[in-house]
Design a protein around this ligand. Structure first.
Ligand code: ADP
Ligand code: NA
Length: 331
């Protein structure tokens, strides 16, 4: 029996933090057991927000090494710009996409507001508006069955299905598979510096913990994690403490988790014990990943060639789709 196809992608926008790892990438590793997975490092997408070209190329390779270090198989990985058919299909799809639907995307509204707030010239590119169409091409070009999605991506997957449907209808042929969302239980990680917000790069350095960061920095960030915010109703766990337990569970330190949870329930939890356990767990994971990354980096050239080769292999399927689509579309 043929395995179902899974497609997912990640933008090369900088360091990998524990929110990215526990919330997305760890799941990518797990999905490899059951599905035929294709994972893109989507550099065309990283151009939709203000960016630095030299940094983009560095970030792309760094992310690939990071993904391999945490257990993603190199043969699943490709660099989006090495498969230029994504942009060709995107253009064709633009002509099957409702302009009105694009302007109503909540992520477009959020991100354009973010640019308006942070960039000095408040420049909002057409690429930012069109981004979900490129995403539709990313998914449909491999005729993926499943896309792992979080709440924030549901609207985009719906658009992808609309585009596929409209294309199929116009061509009078069920050519594209309508991809289904693959819901998996993933934790939401909060910023340790401000547990009222999510761990994220966009908020600045103190709001995320780098998976490949220095041990001492990881320990320091956990040691200074905000636990009591003062406004937590009596009898409820504060978001900061809840976040530390979330991290401990995500890191699969179950023995420590259960014993500390017992302390909490008995009203005897010492925050320093919880913090030590979380710091040990994260530093332990980080140490394994850093060691693997270092080993990969020792063969940097070889590994880069491997990724170029897997991109070329994955490209064949994309080329096949685009050839068929052009034929149907009268091109
Ligand atoms: P960032 O917020 O650092 O820019 P992205 O938005 O690029 O991260 O997210 C990359 C992936 O990591 C997405 O799949 C996203 O859902 C996941 N992710 C990001 N932050 C978190 C978080 N705090 N908790 C759980 N998952 C997260
Ligand atoms: Na973000």
């Amino acid at each position: 029996e043929q395995r179902k196809q899974v497609l997912s992608a990640i933008q090369p926008t900088g360091q990998m933090h524990f929110g990215n790892y526990f919330g997305a990438v760890k799941n990518w590793v797990a999905l490899q057991e059951k599905y035929d997975c294709t994972y893109g490092v989507v550099d065309y997408h990283a151009m939709t927000m203000p960016y630095n070209p030299k940094k983009l190329r560095e970030n792309t390779w760094e992310l690939l090494f990071n993904l391999m270090a945490v257990g993603v198989k190199p043969e699943s990985l490709f660099i989006q710009s090495l498969v230029p058919e994504h942009t060709e299909l995107c253009w064709i799809f633009n002509c099957f996409t409702s302009y009105g639907q694009l302007t109503r995307m909540t992520q477009f509204k959020d991100k354009s507001a973010q640019v308006a707030e942070t960039a000095t010239d408040s420049f909002i590119s057409a690429g930012l508006l069109d981004y979900p169409v490129l995403q539709a091409a990313d998914i449909l070009i491999y005729r993926a069955d499943y896309v792992p999605v979080g709440k924030d991506q549901e609207q985009h997957l719906e658009l992808t299905r609309n585009i596929a449907q409209r294309f199929n209808n116009q061509m009078g042929k069920e050519y594209f598979v309508l991809p289904e969302p693959l819901y998996t239980e993933v934790p939401k990680v909060r910023s340790t510096a401000d547990p009222t917000r999510k761990m994220s790069k966009s908020a600045g350095e103190k709001h995320y913990i780098d998976v490949f960061g220095d041990d001492n920095r990881i320990r320091k960030q956990i040691r200074s994690a905000v636990t009591d915010t003062g406004d937590t109703p009596a009898g409820e766990m504060s978001p900061g403490v809840d976040n530390l337990f979330t991290l401990l569970k995500a890191a699969e330190s179950m023995e420590a988790y259960e014993s500390l949870m017992k302390d909490y329930e008995a009203g005897e939890l010492k925050y320093v014990d919880l913090k030590d356990a979380v710091a040990d767990a994260l530093v332990g994971l980080s140490a394994d990943f850093k060691a693997r990354k270092e080993a990969l980096k020792a063969d940097k050239k070889e590994i880069k060639n491997q990724i170029k080769a897997s991109s070329a292999e994955i490209r064949k399927k994309a080329q096949e789709t685009v050839r068929a689509v052009k034929e149907m579309a009268g091109l």
